[in-house]
Design a protein around this ligand. Structure first.
Ligand code: ZN
Length: 338
C-alpha cells in the first residue's frame, strides 16, 4: 500500500530502499567552529558557512555510497529538541539536566503559548535537496517527544502541551511540502517511555500529518515496545524506523505474534558500537526481517542517528547497509529471471 503511495508521490524507489535515521557526526572543523561560536570567536554567518560545507560533504558521501533516500545530516543541530525549542516562541531555556551517561543538556521550559515562528528547517532541507537529484527527507522532532523532553509551566496537562506542539509541527510539515519535500520523518524517540500515554502520541501525530500529501516516517529508539505493541501501529505514519539490531532483533518476536502492518526502516547496524558489522551479519539481519515481513515493505538503514560515531565509522556503517540492500536486490532480480 505504501509503495503505491510512494509511486503516487513520484518516488520510484528500488526494493530495499536505503536511508539513514538522521544525524551524522560533525567533521572536526565544524565541532571546533561550534565551540568557537559559543565563545563568540566567530560569527553566526561564519558558522553557517561551515555547516553548509559539512552538509554538502554528507550529501556527497551518501550519493557516492549509493544511498537512496538522503538526509541533511543535521550539521546545524545540537540536540533534537533544543534546536526547535530555542527557536519556538513560548520556550525558555532551562538549567542543565542529565540525559544519559555524562551528557547534559538544557531542558527547555514552556512558559507561554507555543507558536510557529515560520520555517525552522526548510532552508536546510532546500539546500540539501539542491545538491542532489535523489530525494532528501525532511527531518522534524515530533510533538510528543518535544513535550516529554521539556518542562511545562503553561498548559494544563501533558496532552494539551503535546497537541499545541502538534499544531506547530504541522505548520512546519506544510512548509516542507510547499518547498517540494515528499518524504518527511517525524521523530518520536520518547514514544515508548510512558505506555499509558500512547493515545496522546498517536493523536499528536494525527494532528501533525492528517490529510497532508507526503510519505511519513517516524523513528523511535529502542524501548519498552512490548508495552505499546501492537497499539503503536495506530500511529498515522507510513513507515516505522526502528532500532532493531541493538537488541538482537528481539522485536521480531512481537511481530510474529501480531503482524507488523506498515513499511519498516529496519535498523541493521548498531550505532552505539565502534565495531563494524560485516556484510554477512547484516545480510542475516535482513533475512530475519524477510522471514516475517513482505519484501516490498522493508527499508534498510542503521539503528539510529550516527552522530556519536566518527566520520569514518559512520561512512563504513552506511556502506554495509547499502551493500546488503544491493545484494538482496540482486537476489530478487535473479529469482524473477529464473
Ligand atoms: Zn534512535
Amino acid at each position: 500500500m505504501s509503495r503505491a503511495k510512494l509511486e503516487k508521490l513520484g518516488l520510484h524507489l528500488p526494493l530495499f530502499p536505503t536511508t539513514s535515521v538522521g544525524s551524522f557526526p560533525k567533521p572536526d572543523y565544524l565541532a571546533r567552529a561550534r565551540a568557537d561560536f559559543s565563545k563568540k570567536k566567530i560569527t553566526a554567518a561564519e558558522l553557517n558557512q561551515l555547516e553548509r560545507k559539512a552538509t554538502a560533504f554528507w550529501i556527497d558521501t551518501q550519493e557516492k555510497l549509493g544511498v537512496d533516500v538522503l538526509v541533511d545530516g543535521e550539521m546545524y543541530r545540537g540536540d533534537m529538541v533544543a534546536y526547535f525549542a530555542e527557536r519556538i516562541p513560548g520556550f525558555t531555556q532551562g538549567g542543565l539536566v542529565r540525559s544519559y551517561g555524562n551528557r547534559y543538556y538544557h531542558k527547555p521550559i514552556i512558559t507561554g503559548e507555543v507558536t510557529w515562528p515560520g520555517p525552522l528547517t526548510v532552508d536546510w532541507w532546500s539546500y540539501a535537496q539542491s545538491l542532489t537529484s535523489r530525494p532528501v527527507k525532511g527531518m522534524l522532532t515530533g510533538a510528543y517527544t518535544i513535550m516529554d523532553w521539556s518542562f511545562n509551566e503553561f498548559y494544563p496537562d501533558r496532552a494539551a502541551t503535546a497537541f499545541a506542539l502538534a499544531a506547530l509541527v504541522r505548520k512546519e510539515v506544510e512548509a516542507l511540502i510547499a518547498a517540494g519535500c515528499r518524504i518527511i520523518q517525524v521523530d518520536e524517540p520518547a514514544l515508548s517511555v510512558r505506555p499509558a500515554e500512547l493515545p496522546i502520541a498517536i493523536e499528536a501525530m494525527r494532528r501533525t500529518t492528517e490529510g497532508l500529501d507526503a510519505y511519513f516516517i517516524t523513528h523511535a529508539c529502542y524501548g519498552a515496545f512490548e508495552y505499546i505493541y501492537p497499539g503503536m501501529l495506530d500511529l498515522p505514519v507510513d513507515n516505522f524506523d526502528l532500532e532493531m539490531s541493538n537488541s538482537d532483533l528481539d522485536l521480531l518476536a512481537l511481530f510474529r505474534r501480531f503482524p507488523f502492518t506498515k513499511d519498516i526502516s529496519f535498523g541493521v547496524v548498531d550505532v552505539h558500537s565502534h565495531h563494524l558489522e560485516d556484510s554477512s551479519q547484516v545480510r542475516r539481519r535482513v533475512e530475519e526481517a524477510l522471514s516475517i515481513l513482505p519484501r516490498e515493505n522493508i527499508w534498510v538503514d542503521p539503528d539510529c542517528g550516527l552522530k556519536t560515531r566518527t566520520v569514518e565509522e559512520a561512512t563504513d556503517k552506511l556502506r554495509v547497509c547499502v551493500e546488503a540492500a544491493l545484494e538482496f536486490r540482486r537476489r530478487d532480480a535473479a529469482a524473477a529471471a529464473s
